[in-house]
Each structure stands twice: as structure tokens, then as C-alpha cells.
Design a protein around this ligand. Structure first.
Ligand code: PEP
Ligand code: NA
Ligand code: MN
Length: 604
């Protein structure tokens, strides 16, 4: 066998044998023009962003420093759940909520797709670390990609390059993450601004802790440290090692008495995790700081409390609806620049805009489809799943401890979804097991974050439906066991929230955003044992009097309606939960079946 000569392949800044062997194997399969080991330096960023500008992929913004506008292919705009696979050895390892294919069969299919798939392109090797670099056991990965867009986005979202590679040593474990756009270039063939392939596979091999992605350049399909590693593969590692990898924001709440509480909250994509993480309280004396807006890894500390770390270094936030009114701290973060904006609109003076950015739209824009756009246009200027990709460190309210490898002790876990009916503004679980039931039965109306219909109610357990890397029934059991293994007095309390309940005329009953601080205050007072609640069939719910509503600009009747436990609505919910549990099948924990029976009893 003659070894292929590919420029750069032998200039590896490491002696890690498994890594070197894997990089060579991929290069020989995908046959790129050259191999580049990413160092994460400023000069690398400058070189690649300039290259993306010259390729027509990026437009350099004049409105924000060191920032870029980018439009994807209109067919490559969101997570592709039907093309996402968990290739466990046994089909039951994927369970009823994931697509499954035999790992050998999948490898055979994808190997043929990868064969020559990087022809005419550069193959980048990105060593990265999820979570702080100084963790005792750093969570390492290497993404191989033929996309410059992925390299620069990974630089924002992860700790990558030389400083990550330094932690590999000779033989550290890492998760191999292979990504190809599937768009080889023949000699002389002109490139397109957003190369991708109509055939897409987002594939996970849980036993091998390995990720293969093909055909998409967008978001979690392509930035493999994010959903693929930090949720799907990490949830499998967490199951085996006794911790939790969750789709949760992490925030720090400081009371007027200067007491600190850390809160983790799981909401499905595009349901306000970034907004809650950066909330500006409307009640005096309360302060919120941010640690993360999407993913929390939670492990028990030596004191028996559950500690959360954010594995990411950036925000990949949904742009539409983010504005100076709804989330000023996100706006201040992106104003500092060093950001990539994908599928938003471009202003004539070289800045970005999207629906909700400001009250009045500019008179003229270039839409995400690169068409002229005016306020009279029928179509939106920005795709509903358009994103800003920006460093967490720039957030003006980032908590100083956000990079502490020990994490922060969580006092409360919130589950929430987008529901027009039934689910009250806030409900406290009776105990951990009941809280797991709340999470396991969480439901939400679908959003544009995934390809497919929008506004359909679906169960989204712990907001992890597209992200659980194994059988959902085993995942629920893992949550139950996590509680059983702990000192119950030290476990976080669990709450179910819904900012999105509507009145008869479809108006929102609760103003949301900064006003959600009133709900956080009640939660903290519950933890301190000072706030009253009514015991209902579904858990403990505040009366309007129990909430601090001073200065709230909302009709009292609306607040009452937002808090209402409507037994008839809940009786209509039960068959949907039964249907969901039937789908989980034999692996549904009996304790959750018991919780459902108890709920039915209480509903009468
Ligand atoms: C994604 O899966 O592409 C993604 C970015 O996830 P989310 O919608 O949760 O941000
Ligand atoms: Na998405
Ligand atoms: Mn998310």
C-alpha cells in the first residue's frame, strides 16, 4: 500500500498516535487538497474569515467589529431530525425517540459518501475541549471538517486549537467527530457560497463515542461539539458515569439579601433559554448573571450537591425576537463583535437586522435569501431559525465563575415549554420523582429550530427529545436513579413553567421576559420556606397573592388565568401522556407509571 502524499498531513503538532492514525485514515478516504491543523490563533481567524469573504460566504460587517453576515443554502437551515441517527449496537439502544441503523451498515453507507468528499477542499483538524480547559478530566474532541465556516464557528463555541491540543498529551481519550459538507470540487469548478449536499446524515456511534456528519453545514448538524457531543454522546457517558448532560441554561440569581442561587432550566429550542439566562429583573434588588444558555453538565460534588458546568464558550442564539426590549444583554454581547450571523438580514450600511431587532425595520434590507427586502415585503427578512454566534465572555452579565471547572451548585431545575393552554405559569413538584415525571411529560409547540411543521404540540422530555443519545425509558430511569443516589435535602427542587399560556383571543396571559423574575423570586422563597402555595392535583402552584406583582403592567385576571389549574384541561392532557408513555414501552420506569396513576386519582 502506498501512503498518499497530502500536503500538511505530516505536519501534525502532536504525537498522539490514535489521533494521528485517525487523521491519516480520514484524509486517505476523503482526499482533500491539503490538511490544516487548527491552532485557534487570531491570525488563523483572520485568514479564514478573509477567505470566507473572498469566497462570497461571508460579508464583513461595518456595523459591528470583526463580525460577519452569512446566508446558508435555503435547504440547509435547521436541525434535520429525520436524518439524525443513533447507531447503537442494538436497536433498543436508540429507543423509540431516535432513528436507528446498524452501525456497520451506517459506516458502509457513509464511508462511500465520504470517499473523495473533500476533493479540492482543505481538511481542517480542530482539537477542542468542551468545558473549562483546566478541568481535572477535560472532555476532549477532535472535529475534522472541510468547512471554514465550521472552523470559525467552533472557535467561538468551544475552546479549540493549540490550548486544547495541549491537554491531549500522548494518549488522552477524545471523541472523534467527522464532518464533511459532501461538496467536492473538481479542478476548475467554481465553488458556491454555501456548499452542502442534498443527502444528509447526522450520525452517532454511542458505544464508540464517535460522531459522523455528512451533507449539512448548519448549526448542530455541523458544529459537532454542541448537540452531537455535549448532549447525544455526553448523555451516554453521563448515564455510564452517574451524571447528567442536559439541554439547560444556567443562571445565577442574587437576592436583595445578597444570597446566591444557581438555577438550571430546560426549554426546547427557541423557547427562551437565552432570554431567561440573560434576564434583567423588573423587581428591585434582584440580580441575574449568566453562565450558559443551552447546555448544562451536572455532577454531584463532594458536599452532595449537584454542580453544573456549561461545556460551551459561545452562544448560538436564535436571532429573531432578540432585541433591546426583549434581551438587551444579548444585544450588548453581539455589539462587541467577534460574531457570525447566519440567515439574518443585512442592512445597506453593513449591519445586521432581524424581526424584533428594533421596533421599526429599516426601509431597505438584503434578506437572508439575498433578495431586496422592504417593510412591505411578504416574506420575513430573516429565517425564523437564523442565529447569532458570539463569545460568552463578551456578555456584560457573565458570572465571574462561569469557567470554574467545579461548576456551580444548583438550587432549582426548571422545565418549561411553549403551551397555549393547560400548563400554569409555574408549578412546584412534590418531590424529585414527581419532578422527573414533569420533565418526562414536558410538552411544547414545535418551533423553526427543527425542520418540519411549526406549532404542533409534541412531548419533549426534559427538552431533550432530539438530543437523548439512548433509550428514553432508560434516560428517565437514569434521572430517577440520580435522585435516589442523592441526599434528598440537597437535591435541586424541580419546577414546571410556562410563559406562553394564552387567553381566549390568543393574547399572552403573562408578559414574560424580565417579568419572569417574579417567578424566580417565588421559587427562591419556596426554597427558603417563606412563600405560600396551593396544593393542587398537579403540584404546588402560587396564588396571585403569593407572587410579587408590584408594578406589574398586566391585568390581574390574566395573571389569575395564567396560574389556573383547569381540571378539565388536565383530564384532556392525560390521554396524551398515556399515548406518550405507551410509545416509551416496557422501559418506562414503573415509578413514572405510578406518578401518572396518582395524577389521575387526584384529578378525580
Ligand atoms: C441545532 O441543533 O442545530 C441547534 C443549534 O440546536 P438549538 O435549536 O437547540 O439551538
Ligand atoms: Na437548529
Ligand atoms: Mn438548544
Amino acid at each position: 500500500m502506498t501512503a498518499l502524499t497530502i500536503p500538511g498531513l505530516d505536519h501534525a503538532p502532536t504525537t498522539h498516535e490514535r489521533l494521528l492514525a485517525w487523521v491519516r485514515e480520514v484524509a486517505e478516504l476523503t482526499t482533500p487538497e491539503q490538511v490544516v491543523w487548527c491552532d485557534g490563533s487570531d491570525s488563523e481567524w483572520e485568514r479564514l474569515t478573509q477567505q470566507l469573504v473572498e469566497a462570497g460566504t461571508f460579508t464583513r460587517l461595518s456595523g459591528k467589529p470583526n463580525s460577519f453576515w452569512c446566508a446558508s443554502d435555503p435547504s440547509d437551515v435547521a436541525r434535520v431530525e429525520e436524518r439524525t441517527f443513533i447507531c447503537s449496537a442494538d436497536p433498543s439502544g436508540a429507543g423509540p425517540t431516535n432513528n436507528w441503523m446498524d452501525p456497520d451498515e451506517m459506516k458502509a453507507v457513509m464511508t462511500e459518501l465520504y470517499r473523495g468528499s473533500m476533493r479540492g477542499r482543505t481538511m481542517y483538524v480542530i482539537p477542542f475541549c468542551m468545558g473549562p480547559l483546566d478541568a481535572e478530566k477535560p472532555m476532549l474532541g477532535v472535529e475534522i471538517t472541510d468547512s471554514e465556516y465550521v472552523v470559525v464557528s467552533m472557535r467561538v463555541m468551544t475552546r479549540m486549537g493549540s490550548k486544547a491540543l495541549a491537554r491531549f498529551g500522548e494518549d488522552a481519550d477524545f471523541v472523534p467527530c467527522l464532518h464533511s459538507l459532501g461538496a467536492p470540487l473538481e479542478p476548475g469548478q467554481e465553488d458556491v457560497p454555501w456548499p452542502c449536499n442534498q443527502t444528509k446524515y447526522i450520525t452517532h456511534f454511542p458505544e464508540e463515542r464517535m460522531i459522523w456528519s455528512f451533507g449539512s453545514g448548519y448549526g448542530g448538524n455541523a458544529l459537532l461539539g454542541k448537540k452531537c457531543y455535549s448532549l447525544r454522546i455526553a448523555s451516554v457517558i453521563a448515564r455510564d458515569e452517574g451524571w447528567l448532560a442536559e439541554h439547560m441554561l444556567i443562571l445565577k440569581l442574587t437576592s436583595p439579601a445578597n444570597k446566591v442561587y444557581y438555577v438550571a432550566a430546560a426549554f426546547p429550542s427557541a423557547c427562551g433559554k437565552t432570554n431567561l439566562a440573560m434576564l434583567e429583573p423588573t423587581i428591585p434588588g434582584w440580580k441575574v448573571e449568566t453562565l450558559g444558555d443551552d447546555i448544562a453538565w451536572m455532577r454531584f460534588g463532594e458536599d452532595g450537591r449537584l454542580y453544573a458546568v456549561n461545556p460551551e464558550a459561545g452562544f448560538f442564539g436564535v436571532a429573531p425576537g432578540t432585541g433591546w426590549k426583549t434581551n438587551p444583554n444579548a444585544m450588548r454581547t453581539i455589539e462587541k463583535g467577534n460574531s457570525v450571523f447566519t440567515n439574518v438580514a443585512l442592512t445597506d450600511d453593513g449591519d445586521v437586522w432581524w424581526e424584533g431587532y428594533s421596533e421599526a425595520p429599516p426601509a431597505h434590507l438584503t434578506s437572508w435569501k439575498k433578495q431586496d427586502w422592504t417593510p412591505g415585503s411578504e416574506e420575513l427578512s430573516s429565517h425564523p431559525n437564523s442565529r447569532f454566534c458570539t463569545p460568552i465572555a463578551q456578555c456584560p452579565i457573565v458570572a465571574p465563575e462561569w469557567e470554574d471547572p467545579e461548576g456551580v451548585p444548583i438550587s432549582a431545575i426548571l422545565f418549561g415549554g411553549r403551551r397555549a393552554t393547560t400548563i400554569p405559569l409555574v408549578t412546584e413538584s412534590r418531590d424529585w420523582q414527581h419532578g422527573v415525571f414533569m420533565g418526562a411529560t414536558l410538552s411544547s409547540e414545535t418551533t423553526a429550530a427543527a425542520a418540519g411543521r411549526v406549532g404542533v404540540v409534541r412531548r419533549d422530555p426534559m427538552a431533550m427529545l432530539p438530543f437523548i443519545g439512548y433509550h428514553a425509558g432508560d434516560y428517565f430511569q437514569h434521572w430517577i436513579d440520580t435522585g435516589k443516589s442523592a441526599d434528598a435535602t440537597k437535591l435541586p427542587r424541580i419546577y414546571y413553567v410556562n410563559w406562553f399560556r394564552r387567553g381566549d383571543d390568543r393574547r399572552f396571559l403573562w408578559p414574560g421576559f424580565g417579568e419572569n423574575s417574579r417567578v424566580l423570586k417565588w421559587i427562591v422563597e419556596r426554597i427558603e420556606g417563606t412563600a405560600p402555595a396551593v396544593e393542587t392535583a398537579i403540584g404546588h402552584v402560587p396564588t396571585a397573592e403569593a407572587l410579587d406583582l408590584s408594578g406589574l403592567d398586566a391585568p390581574g385576571a390574566d395573571v389569575e388565568a395564567a396560574l389556573r389549574v383547569d381540571v378539565e384541561e388536565w383530564k384532556a392532557e392525560v390521554p396524551m401522556i398515556e399515548e406518550w408513555f405507551a410509545k416509551i414501552g416496557d422501559k418506562l420506569p414503573t415509578s413514572l407509571r405510578d406518578e401518572l396513576e396518582a395524577l389521575k386519582q387526584r384529578l378525580g
